[in-house]
Design a binder for this molecule. Structure first.
Ligand code: G16
Length: 547
């Protein structure tokens, strides 16, 4: 690498003195206006990661997903389309925090030396961004880093996070036996669209689906998919104002629906009783379904409900295809999974609980022949292990029913974006299952009844003080706080509550559930009050609902 070029270009992207950056749950994420140096350095890091992996293509996505419009962020994607290997997250944080150009150059050469990176190898990086206006300039900083590090960059433009993950895998598997698909956005839409059409062929037509696009990039993706699907499934698109920055994720989108437990206000008068609707988030990697029942009552079908619906469907297909002895299905959840969903699933299948973050769920799911993973917030997908894929491709069905189920399983491996949670792909998957089961929202909803639950955010001065263990279900720091939480939880029938620092927002999250709605709010706000006080929060600013 040309050190002079690195030095001069790094000088154009100085690190702000007063900020410590952290590669968190989904990469770097904070105010977009502070991220210029981070993007430049991520460009250099992505080039080194690619060289370390013999020139295989690395992905870089510029997005702050569900966060408010003024935030932005960046995350790296490894060659199979999965999140960056954990050991390199620390390198990302080190490079991002080097205070000066000289310190940055030193950190780069330490990384090259310690990781034994062969600089004669080529470097390839594909990158994209969501619709946030700050993304344009941040991409320019990234390009400067790529150029300085001598990487060949491919700009995938404005697209969804899952499309970028798809592209990374498609580029790296091109021309091989496990080619993932055509390495273009059109290839992605066609792959999913063809699989969907095959899966619903011969089924009664589905009613149009209402989609809340969160005024984000999902609106573009849904539009493109809609023209491929034509009449097979009609999309009724809402919240598609991608040019109005202030509307992004604002009173709409998957995070709003999940945390507020109500429909986006723009849809309240649109929804007819029992009509199904869904929300994407700002970069279309989360999906939340909902409907209003006959009494106009809001009903939410979140990631847990999606996991239940999809896992049962796949288990049935595996059995019908005559493959039950060879292929099993497992489910991965986090502590946010509703207790009722964990009970429903673990009565039927192996279930594993891991810390928050797609990277944790994805890796745990890969240990199952077919791993279904969903976070309650709507992030998730299904992964088929290499040996399952080879069993499926060599299977010889012996009856027409087996043949049909086998073909459907094969089509599912194309419909599902196996690289990461994908709102569009997951939505089509849900629609397939609803079509095969002849379910509406209410039938799906009745698989089990959620325990009342509540998610609260607490702003604290330093969220790094809050450390957890046991898949984030217990606090180990600050000392003594977990004991106080346990004592409160014991007072509530079926009570459960835990506290963890967010990796994407500057807050501590408090989750609570209990048998009775009114009690769950009390439990959540009491625990939130404990957290606020433990952080030495200003008594005058204590939110009034904290008990
Ligand atoms: C990201 C991660 C998810 C995680 C979410 C919230 O989602 O990819 O796995 O559940 O952040 O994380 P936290 O509670 O640590 O803030 P997204 O959609 O924001 O990219």
């Amino acid at each position: 690498m040309n050190t002079d070029l690195l030095r001069s270009s790094s000088d154009k992207h100085p690190k702000p003195t007063d900020i410590a950056f952290q590669y968190g749950t989904a990469g770097f994420r904070t105010l977009g206006s502070t991220l210029d140096s981070v993007l430049y350095r991520v460009g250099v890091l992505a080039a080194l990661r690619s060289r370390k992996l013999d020139g295989r293509t690395i992905g870089v996505m510029v997005t702050a997903s569900h966060n408010a419009a003024q935030d932005n962020g960046v995350k790296l994607v490894d060659p199979r389309g999965e999140m960056l290997d954990g050991s390199w997250e620390a390198h990302a944080t080190t490079l991002a925090n080097a205070p000066t150009t000289e310190a940055f150059l030193e950190a780069v050469s330490t990384l090259i030396r310690n990781s034994q990176i062969d600089l004669s190898k080529p470097a390839h990086v594909v990158y994209a961004r969501d619709t946030r206006p700050s993304g344009e300039e941040l991409v320019r900083a990234l390009e400067d880093g790529l150029k300085a590090a001598g990487a060949e960059g491919r700009d995938a433009g404005v697209t969804t996070t899952p499309v970028l993950h798809y592209l990374v895998r498609a580029i790296n598997t091109k021309g091989t036996a496990d080619a993932y698909g055509e390495d273009t956005q059109e290839g992605y839409y066609k792959k999913l669209g063809d699989a969907f059409k095959e899966l619903v062929q011969g089924r009664p037509p589905l009613d149009p689906i209402i989609i809340d696009c969160a005024n984000g990039v999902g609106a573009i993706a849904a539009e493109a998919m809609s023209s491929i699907l034509a009449n097979t499934l009609v999309f009724d698109l809402h919240n598609t104002s991608i040019d109005k920055e202030e509307l992004l994720n604002n009173s709409c989108g998957a995070d709003f629906v999940k945390t507020q437990q109500k429909s986006p206000p723009q849809l309240v008068d649109v929804l007819k009783p029992n009509q199904r609707a869904c929300s994407f988030d700002g970069d279309a990697d989360r999906l939340m379904y909902f409907y209003h029942d006959e009494n106009g009552q809001f009903r939410m079908l979140d990631g847990d409900k999606i996991a239940g619906l999809v896992a049962a469907f796949i288990v049935d297909l595996v059995k019908t295809a005559g493959l039950a002895d060879e292929i099993s299905v497992g489910v991965v959840q986090t502590a946010y999974a509703n207790g009722a969903s964990t009970k429903y699933l673990s009565d039927r299948l192996p279930v594993k609980c891991v810390p928050t973050g797609v990277k944790h769920l994805h890796h745990a799911a890969e240990r199952f022949p077919i791993g279904v993973y969903f976070e309650a917030n709507g992030h998730g997908t299904v992964v088929f292990s290499p040996s399952t894929l080879s069993t499926l491709s060599s299977h010889q069905p012996s009856t027409p029913a087996q043949d049909r189920a086998h073909k459907h399983l094969l089509a599912l491996t194309s419909l599902i974006n196996q690289t990461v949670g994908d709102a569009l792909s997951d939505m089509l998957l849900v629609e397939v299952v609803l079509s095969h089961k002849s379910y509406g929202g209410a039938e799906w909803d009745s698989l089990y009844e959620d325990l009342p639950n509540r998610l609260v955010k607490v702003s604290v001065a330093d969220r790094s003080v809050y450390q957890t263990e046991d898949a984030e279900r217990k606090l180990v720091s600050p000392p003594g706080l977990q004991g106080k939480i346990d004592e409160i939880v014991r007072r509530y029938e079926g009570g459960r509550s835990f506290v963890r620092p967010s990796g994407t927002e500057d807050v501590v999250r408090v989750y609570a559930e209990a048998m009775v709605r009114s009690q769950v709010d009390e439990l959540a706000f009491t625990v939130a009050g404990l957290v606020y006080d433990s952080a030495g929060g200003d008594a005058a600013k204590r939110p009034k609902e904290f008990i």
